[in-house]
Design a protein. Structure first.
Length: 178
């Protein structure tokens, strides 16, 4: 599951750690009181993993990367399409007064966009992250309803947990696998 390049593994830890923190933050919209501590710990762990990944990436910034002049534009297009779909879906859900579904919508779009990025970045871990985030997005609605929880809490906690785990795996790879 190693990334092809050390710098890419470290930057994956940065990105997943940062966005893991953000998803744990979104989960704090209306969590059960007992979950607040867990969400706070997840947020702090995410930012620490992001900082750790950033330090490793900085030390290896001139090493190779899967993002080149050839793959960079494809990377940008994939991320641009992701942002456009996430934004458009969020607007549609808001207009239709279904804003409770914005978190799983965005999580699903994020998860799906990891699949093509996995091939560009030569990072198999992104396939697993994509599958888990996407499955988590769609199952979060059912879980939230069956347990009388907010959808944003379940989606945020699930997505944050997947991203946190993947950030940890990426940082570990960057530190020991190269």
């Amino acid at each position: 599951m190693n990334a092809e390049y050390l710098r890419d593994a470290a930057m994956t830890a940065v990105i997943f750690g940062f966005f893991g923190m953000a998803w744990f933050g979104w989960a704090q919209e209306a969590p059960p009181p007992a979950a607040r501590k867990f969400l706070g710990i997840g947020s702090v762990a995410g930012i620490l993993l992001a900082i750790g990944g950033g330090l490793v990436a900085w030390q290896h910034w001139n090493d190779g990367s899967a993002i080149t002049s050839e793959t960079g534009p494809r990377f940008g297009i994939i991320v641009g399409v992701e942002v456009a779909f996430a934004a458009a879906g969020s607007v549609i859900l808001t207009v239709r007064k279904k804003s409770a579904y914005i978190a799983p919508w965005i999580a699903a779009v994020v998860g799906i966009h990891f699949i093509p990025l996995a091939t560009i970045l030569e990072t198999p871990l992104l396939f697993a992250a994509g599958a888990l985030v996407t499955i988590g997005a769609w199952t979060s609605i059912r879980i939230a309803r069956s347990r009388d929880l907010t959808i944003s809490y379940v989606t945020g906690a699930t997505t944050g947990s997947v991203l946190l785990l993947c950030a940890l795996v990426s940082l570990t790879q960057a530190l020991v696998a190269y």
